[in-house]
Design a protein around this ligand. Sequence first.
Ligand code: NAP
Length: 290
Amino acid sequence: MELLDGKKCAESLVADISGKVAGYVGSGLRKPHMTIILVGKHAPSESYVKSKVASCGRAGFASNLIRLPETITETELLGKISDINNDPGTDGLIVQLPLPSHINQQNVINAITPEKDIDGFHPANFGRMALGQKAFRPATAYGICKLLQFYNIPIKGKHCVVIGRSNIVGKPISIMLSNDFDIGNATVTLTHIETPRPLLLDETRRADIVIVAVGIPGFVSEDMVKEGVVLIDVGINRLEDGRIVGDVDFANVAGKCSWITPVPGGVGRMTVAALMINTLMAYENNFNLV
Ligand code: NAP
């Protein structure tokens, strides 16, 4: 068993980005700039935002974090997004999810201009991605692709099973790996909560690659996968004792895998790295550098 080390891969990608940024800044351009909006106080969001800001620093980007109160109305938040959409000094905008329940998340995603949508959640980017066109690809799914590519994991022609169909992880990764992309051409099965258990087991037990994003600690057990499987654990679950674990029963499953992502230090790090790639792309688009 070998680890798909998201920290190592992310550091390598961010080092490449910072080299490019140094060249751009050296030629007189401003730094790429990421703006993050954080609504209310949500402990996991605080930690995700902190790591995004830190990664911006390592990539040579400027960043600013806008903290808004939990009580902000949807209209006020949409107004703030509109201001940033129109600000030529910001290349990429993230509205950290989840939002308070009185705010409609999809309205907020739809309000971010697709040109600054570095999370890749806007329908325009999702649609372009699905059609195989140039787009900001949804960051977690893109990060998984970059991690597989970094470790030269064969994907073309492989059978991949995705567990979970969320708009931010399961659905986009299933599309991306099945598309005729540079990192793709797998045969993909997407499973979800209505997938009957015997069918789920049939699929996962013959899969070459399993990607799980359900948010249930220990969901993937040893008996669910074949010997030599490549296992990507997207889950980030906080246990009552404070530990962070994924969706895989790592202690019992890892021995059966050829490759497996750790949690933490796996996909989470790659999500942030993909945001850096997308921000650089937004910046290069703005300055017609590509
Ligand atoms: P989500 O929106 O809650 O979606 C979970 C998905 O799992 C849903 O599609 C659900 O099916 C499916 N599901 C639930 N129980 C299932 C079961 N018993 N069998 C098969 N499918 C089942 O979650 P998410 O946003 O994708 O996140 C999933 C996990 O990944 C969470 O732990 C989250 O914290 C983590 N995450 C990590 C990163 C990262 O950067 N590492 C990024 C995003 C999310 P239905 O659609 O039918 O309900």
